[in-house]
Design a protein around this ligand. Structure first.
Ligand code: AHM
Ligand code: MG
Length: 300
């Protein structure tokens, strides 16, 4: 359903141009709100989840007793990168599933604040030139492409393994002045300023799922570090970093905040942010090592 809305995104304004109301006279909603409602309406009352939490809502949504709260916890970013919608750039829906830790009844914040290592499933749908579902349940990473003519996702890429060293580095380089010396050095290495040993091509879409997906298949490293303006980075631990980290590790890659593996971070807040370094294992290790070396010298 979300994919359908995204495909028609460019028409929504046209169809609701006057006062932005639809034929029923309702206010037109932004697509990320529609995607969030779609997730809730299609999953909350299935008896499978006890609580849902999303990047779009300030508080978790506990499933009321009368709707039979189930044993799973669903954390999601219904439409990540939604600022890209207007310019027809790929966006994504990300999800993370845990088993509940509370005994029964409506789920709680405690159910949501679990380490990523305990995820039982995670995945994303990329709304790109085709709609692709990538998921893991801890037994490899598998990708399915939506065939819109039959409305089914078909397995096209079973057991994806990401290259040990990748072709690409992905970072928003306009923040260069805000980075630590360590990240400046890393990017100089990737540009081949002094030596071509670590040189890579730059690719940055600014849409996490799309950047991650390309690097997963082709190899590479995506970086959104902490900087002087964003001391914890931008991306959210529970809805963005953790599910993608589970996928990266299952594909033979790695993910960390620069020091600690993302999957080992204990969340303390629902909307917690984390620096993110994710992709090919050798590249993530190289960035961690370089940043640690350069920044420890700079700190002395
Ligand atoms: P959003 O959740 O508000 O859509 O923001 C997340 C997006 C990611 O998709 C992307 O990696 C990042 O923001 C890009 O940020 P920036 O524009 O600072 O490079
Ligand atoms: Mg997001």
């Amino acid at each position: 359903m979300i994919s359908g809305y995204v495909r028609r995104a460019g028409l929504v304004d046209v169809l609701g141009a006057f006062g932005r109301t639809n034929v029923q006279g309702e206010e037109q909603q932004k697509l990320d709100v529609i995607a969030n409602d779609t997730m809730i309406q299609s999953i909350a009352y299935t008896g499978r989840v006890c609580v849902m939490a999303s990047e779009e809502d300030a508080e978790p949504f506990p499933i009321p007793e009368e709707h039979n709260p189930g044993k799973y916890v669903l954390l999601h970013d219904p439409l990540d990168g939604s600022s890209n919608i207007d310019v027809n750039v790929s966006i994504g829906t990300i999800f993370s599933i845990h088993q509940r830790v509370t005994e029964s009844g409506p789920g709680t914040l405690e159910d949501c604040l679990q380490k990523g290592r305990g995820q039982i499933a995670a995945g994303y749908v990329i709304h790109g030139s085709s709609t692709v579902l990538v998921y893991t349940v801890g037994r490899g990473v598998h990708a399915f492409t939506l065939d819109p003519t039959i409305g089914e996702f078909l397995l096209v890429n079973p057991d994806i393994k990401t290259p040990e060293i990748g072709k690409y580095y992905s970072i928003n380089e306009s923040y260069y002045q805000r980075w630590s010396d360590g990240y400046r050095r890393v990017v100089q290495e990737f540009k081949g300023v002094e030596s071509t040993e670590h040189r890579k091509n730059a690719r940055y879409i600014g849409s996490l799922v799309a950047d991650f997906h390309r690097n997963l298949l082709s190899g590479g490293v995506f970086m959104y570090p902490a900087d002087s303006k964003a001391p914890h980075g931008k991306l959210r631990l529970l809805y963005e970093a953790s599910p993608l980290a589970f996928i990266a590790e299952q594909a033979g890659g790695a993910a960390s905040d620069g020091v600690t593996p993302i999957l080992d971070i204990q969340p303390t807040e629902l909307h917690q942010r984390t620096p993110l370094l994710i992709g090919s294992r050798g590249d993530v290790a190289f960035v961690e090592r370089t940043v640690a070396e350069v920044d420890s010298v700079a700190a002395k």
